[in-house]
Write a protein that binds this ligand. Sequence first.
Ligand code: ZN
Length: 197
Amino acid sequence: MNQEKNKPGNLVQIPKLFYADITGAPMDKCISCECNLLDGNVPYMIEKALKPYDGLRSYSTIFEYAMCMDCMTGYQSKISSQSMQSINEYFASHIDIEGRKKLITNESYTDLAPWVNRCVVKNLEAEDLAECQIYGQCVGDQLVMGDYPYMLSGVAMDEVVELLSPETLDEFGRLQEELIGPSEFQDLLKGGPKVFI
Ligand SMILES: [Zn+2]
């Protein structure tokens, strides 16, 4: 059987935007357990924080990582239930649900731009933003088009941070220190957005 032929239509080769900018290649390891992501069937998430210069055509990277779903679930369980509820309510009432549905109904899977060029909450364009974060869900070397990918503006990110309990913010701080540690990203991170969603 031809694997490519049976591939669901909403899987696309991971676009360069979701590559590790530090290596110029696809991210290959979970930042936490270091499992191999590219030749496995392990679902994983990619998050990158960017400063766009020309929309997302040109940007500098504040931080970037991939994390397998097992680790992601482990970390999410440390978020206080109050914070989790606030985050869920915020997204449920702010996300452009119709716009996202349209992307799926139209099967707009080959062009990444409509998925990430505007903040999914604020509808602001990447080229008008000082900072934003992009999120993608992947399996092996494929990006899964559906709930993800999306982009969150710094403005929306600030609103999300406001919703978090002090316990959750402490947890994120510890997580960041544990995972990223002393690296070239650390100074930037200190002033940057501090949310892993
Ligand atoms: Zn992992």
